[in-house]
Design a protein around this ligand. Structure first.
Ligand code: ADP
Length: 456
């Protein structure tokens, strides 16, 4: 199943935003509560203070001068019930007041109101108690208790909390919707890009238009365009290769056809032998080209997979030795090998065999009779392995020393059965192994020397 960016963003944001909202609601409730409690408590203390203001000293006894009108004003609350009571120093109720109130708290300090939560007639109340001891009372004292139920206070808190939390919840919902909708809008360029690619013809590898592409998607478009350019280049190279290969094969095939046509007209054994030997040469050339093409295709396929197998280059070259000694002898060329016993390196044995064989084959092809060829293998202390093939042949003009590695390139006056593919195989195999190739002058100031240096 595909991952949805939209769902991922929402599942990332939603819990975070809900957490934020809950925290904010809790903090708001706490702040609102303390603010509302403070305001209501001050109001309650004021009520208690107004009762204190009504206390009188009559014949050294505390009385409350609270006429019915004043009592009505004190007790008049729409939803809540207000209770009050005055106790004298002996703890007796003075005049009017509510006996339902709890016994006064111990340890009250004079003129310092004490607030607490309590219960009166089963209802939760906020209670304020004040101990009063005016100096002119000469030792007598009174305690004033005023309590009020908390309905208005609670409603007030609930309203304030709702007026904060509900809009916040709306903002949260709008925020989540904005994320949902925003993702769709942000991804519009990707949809356009998809449209551009989906409607293309198979052969259309021109770059994708990158105007109006957001900064974040731009690298993707760039990567796609680079890939297109690479594929385009590779397709063109393949086409060139196929047409070159076809051309290379056509020449020997045309020769074969000519000789075979002439052969059909001949009856003399001597003439026919000449034709057959020409056919043999032509077939040699064609089969060599096919062989080289297959080798190149194989190297191309193994591209980018760095070979890991450990091979013994000394053994591999020793295996090739008898064949090449025989070839050299046929051309009266002196071929010598300088190979240490075991030279190991990580590599592709088939590829390396092609590399060595092509270099030695070329040396034999481009060296005249009586010439000399030296094949040397050495391993430096740092672990680099160097294979050198030096000859005293015709050499390679400096200007051609780079071009000879191109596919199908042959130096102008090259004769023989060459296809121009041998050195491209050498180059591909070397680059696959991270090896470097150097072309310098050959033996005794003549010919050429190919040195392939494999990394440590
Ligand atoms: P070919 O099949 O023609 O030998 P290569 O790719 O092996 O193709 O070599 C490309 C060209 O490089 C050859 O045509 C030849 O002109 C030149 N060349 C390669 N090796 C040698 C050499 N040892 N001495 C002189 N010329 C060489």
């Amino acid at each position: 199943m595909r991952i949805s960016i939209r769902k991922q963003l929402l599942s990332l944001f939603a819990p975070f935003l809900f957490g934020l909202w809950t925290t904010s609601a809790v903090v708001s409730y706490w702040l609102v509560s303390s603010y509302v409690d403070g305001a209501f408590d001050r109001h309650l203390i004021n009520s208690a203070d107004s009762v204190v203001g009504r206390l009188r000293d009559r014949d050294r006894k505390v009385t409350v001068d609270l006429p019915p009108a004043a009592q009505y004003i004190l007790k008049h609350e729409e939803l809540d019930t207000l209770y009050y009571r005055v106790l004298d120093s002996a703890g007796r109720r003075v005049d009017s007041g509510d006996d339902a109130l709890p016994a006064p708290s111990a340890g009250l300090k004079v003129h310092v109101p004490r607030l607490s939560f309590s219960k009166v007639e089963g209802k939760e109340v906020r209670l304020v108690e004040i101990k009063v001891e005016p100096p002119e009372w000469k030792g007598d004292l009174a305690i004033v208790q005023v309590a009020e139920t908390m309905i208005t206070r609670k409603r007030f808190k609930d309203h304030m909390l709702l007026s904060i939390a509900v809009p916040q919840l709306l903002i949260l919902a709008v925020g989540l919707f904005a994320v949902w909708d925003g993702v769709g809008r942000i991804l519009t360029p990707l949809r356009l890009l998809q449209g551009q690619l989906a409607n293309r013809l198979r052969s259309d590898l021109k770059p994708v238009a990158d105007d109006n592409i957001p900064e974040e998607v731009f690298p993707l478009v760039q990567a796609i365009n680079q890939l297109f350019a690479r594929i385009d280049g590779e397709i063109k190279a393949q086409r060139r290769f196929i047409s070159n290969a076809a051309h290379q094969l056509r020449t020997p095939l045309a020769g074969l056809k000519t000789y075979s046509s002439i052969g059909t007209q001949m009856s003399e054994a001597k003439d026919l032998q000449h034709i057959v030997s020409q056919l043999d040469l032509g077939l040699d050339r064609a089969s060599r080209i096919v062989h080289q093409l297959l080798a190149l295709a194989r190297v191309d396929e193994s591209e980018r997979q760095k070979p890991e197998e450990k091979i013994d280059l000394s053994l591999l070259i020793s295996d090739l030795k008898p064949d090449f000694l025989a070839q050299a002898e046929r051309k009266s060329i002196e071929l010598s090998f300088e190979i240490p016993p075991a030279t190991f390196l990580p590599g592709d044995p088939v590829g390396i065999r092609h590399l060595a064989a092509n270099l030695i084959e070329n040396a034999i092809s481009y060296t005249e009779s009586g010439g000399r060829i030296e094949v040397r293998l050495s391993a430096s202390e740092a672990g680099r392995v160097v294979l050198e093939v030096a000859d005293s042949g015709r050499g390679i003009p400096i200007n051609d020393r780079e071009k000879i590695f191109e596919r199908f390139y042959r130096v102008d006056d090259s004769s023989g059965t060459g296809s121009g593919l041998g050195l491209s195989i050498v180059k591909e195999v070397a680059s696959l192994h991270g090896a470097e190739i150097q072309v310098t002058e050959g033996l005794a100031g003549r010919g050429s020397c190919f040195a392939v240096s494999f990394p440590a």
